[in-house]
Design a protein around this ligand. Structure first.
Ligand SMILES: [Zn+2]
Length: 538
């Protein structure tokens, strides 16, 4: 079986998808997750193109990557210029990584029509740029842009660009179907032609404009390619890139290519969902392998078949990719799932008891109101704890009021500018009722401040909890400003992160629910680990 290395470009090519804008923190989290999945190379971004990517590479050494190698991306030098003085190449060399990928042109028409330089100068650009980076001691991957389109028009020139890159010292030559228009047969013959020409390892970078990115990647592997480029969930410009969440299980489970370990493969669904949350995109339920519907069964016949023989209506065992079969509209399976999840959280719910049933009904009710617990484990954990008859919440909301005011003249306070947001919160801790007010940069910030002000008196250690991310999703876009909104909040105490969810037709209420859950969860965790917190009931 061929050996294959996985190269993820979610953070660069994937982020080109409309609607995706990863923060630097998002990018660092994603890199960490890709490492857990066993990705060999993670393309972090283009340090020569924007300050966000520069910051990412500055902070990346703080990541505890155990498996993945970080890669910086850039392009060949400009025409008629020197590699040594090219700002983009210098940024690449200074990115603090050991591996870089540079993209250069392989298609005659792209050189003459788009780059507007001569065919020879383009080859010089490739050779100089690779030579410069190799001389800096870097491993260099060469992305041969428009290789397959170029091969159709002028195969000699397309292949020549590869030979030039190989002679300049490139460590891998990646053949790109940049426009996503190639067919599997064309991929096979072009890869075979390249294979005959050089011993330098080859790679494939395919786009999905013809819905063939995974198929094209697969035939390229069969033709001798060893590096596979792609993105999680197939994110990317236009119709996306090769979906690593599909190609990885195809290679491992169908072809026996050991590109990741069994344990890493079992994280696939988790990683796919995690990254879609950070991308603020609804996970596509019907994605193969990782979609929540990929192994769902609705028909009674299928369900009864599955009960007799698990493989009767499934092409693989879903647990191999960390997914699970889902039996729709089945009370029993819902209960089973909840009992299972509660057990994971250390709470035993007897299957025949009232608690489990109550919880199932509550989850169903809340999910119908827009809550979703897949990516808000902290809120789910609170639901489970609240179902226990002896649960005592660390605080309870009595009421809150938020005022947002726009003033004609800016007030003198530096931080508020023309908009003023103020929140008044009444919370009960034990038998005491606290009444606090705070201003903030916006209504949610004001609420957060007021709530903390009230709780810090009782739980001083809450000072270390911060809100690190706040995302709002409109659930029914068609009804405009009347839509139900879901708020997802990520909090951190500097050691761990946890997420909570709130949903309401009112964005402030949705935010409040998620905020309050974020603090309650942490207090609960502290209590469980016996860290003393001053309590209002003492
Ligand atoms: Zn691309």
């Amino acid at each position: 079986m061929p050996s294959v290395q996985l190269y993820d470009t979610t953070l660069r090519d994937g982020a080109q998808r409309e609607g995706i804008s990863f923060s630097v923190v998002d990018k660092l989290h994603i890199a960490q997750k890709l490492d857990e999945l066993g990705i060999h190379f993670i393309e972090g971004g283009w340090p020569g193109s924007n300050p966000k990517d520069v910051e990412f590479f500055k902070k990346a050494p703080g990541l505890a990557l155990t498996h993945s190698v970080l890669v910086a991306f850039g392009s060949t030098r400009r025409p008629k210029a020197k590699a040594e003085t090219d700002a983009n190449l210098r940024a690449l060399a200074g990115a603090g990584v050991k591996v870089v990928t540079i993209v250069g042109k392989s298609s005659e028409l792209q050189v003459t029509q788009v780059l507007e330089t001569t065919l020879d100068e383009n080859l010089n650009m490739i050779a100089d740029s690779i030579g410069y980076l190799r001389a800096k001691g870097l491993t260099v991957f060469f992305d041969a842009e428009h290789f397959f389109d170029g091969f159709k028009v002028n195969s000699d020139y397309a292949l020549r660009s590869l030979v030039v890159a190989a002679e300049a010292g490139a460590n891998c030559l990646i053949l790109c179907d940049t426009n996503g228009g190639a067919l599997p047969d064309e991929i096979t013959s072009a890869v075979e032609a390249a294979r005959k020409l050089t011993n330098v390892p080859l790679g494939i970078h395919a786009h999905n404009d013809s819905e063939l990115a995974v198929a094209n990647t697969l035939v390229a592997v069969n033709a001798g390619v060893s590096q596979i480029q792609g993105t999680i969930n197939g994110y990317g410009e236009r119709c996306g890139n090769t979906n690593l969440c599909s190609i990885i299980p195809v290679l491992k489970l169908k072809l026996g290519v050991e590109c990741v370990t069994d344990a890493q493969l079992a994280k696939l669904t988790e990683v796919a969902h995690y990254i879609s949350e950070l991308a603020n995109l609804i996970p596509d339920a019907s994605l193969p392998y990782v979609g929540s519907s990929a192994f769902s069964h609705k028909a009674g016949l299928h369900v009864s078949g599955l009960a007799r023989w698990a493989e009767s209506y499934q092409h693989i065992d879903p647990s191999r990719v960390g997914n699970q079969p889902k039996v729709l509209v089945s009370e029993l399976s819902g209960k089973g799932n909840i009992i299972y999840k509660a057990k994971e959280l250390g709470v035993d719910l007897p299957p025949s008891g009232k608690e489990a049933q109550k919880l199932v009904e509550q989850v169903k009710l809340l999910e119908s109101r827009g809550f979703q617990y897949d990516n808000a484990e902290a809120s789910f954990s609170l639901l489970v704890h609240r179902a226990k008859p002896d649960y005592q919440p660390p605080f309870e909301l009595v009421d809150f009021m938020v005022v947002v005011e726009k003033r004609r003249r800016p007030p003198t306070r530096k931080s508020t500018g023309e908009m003023l947001s103020e929140a008044i919160v009444k919370v009960k801790v034990g038998t005491e009722v606290m009444h606090t007010a705070a201003e903030g940069k916006g209504p949610v910030n004001a609420l957060d401040e007021a709530l903390r002000k009230a709780l810090l008196e009782f739980y001083p250690s809450l000072a270390q909890v911060r809100l690190v991310d706040y995302k709002v999703r409109i659930l029914e876009e068609s009804v405009g400003t009347e839509s139900q909104v879901r708020v997802l909040i990520e909090s951190s105490d500097g050691v761990e992160e946890w997420r909570t969810v709130g949903s309401s037709a009112n964005i402030i209420e949705a935010s409040w629910l998620a905020l309050a859950d974020g603090l309650e969860y942490w207090l609960l965790k502290q209590k469980a680990s016996n860290i003393p917190v001053k309590s209002g009931t003492e």
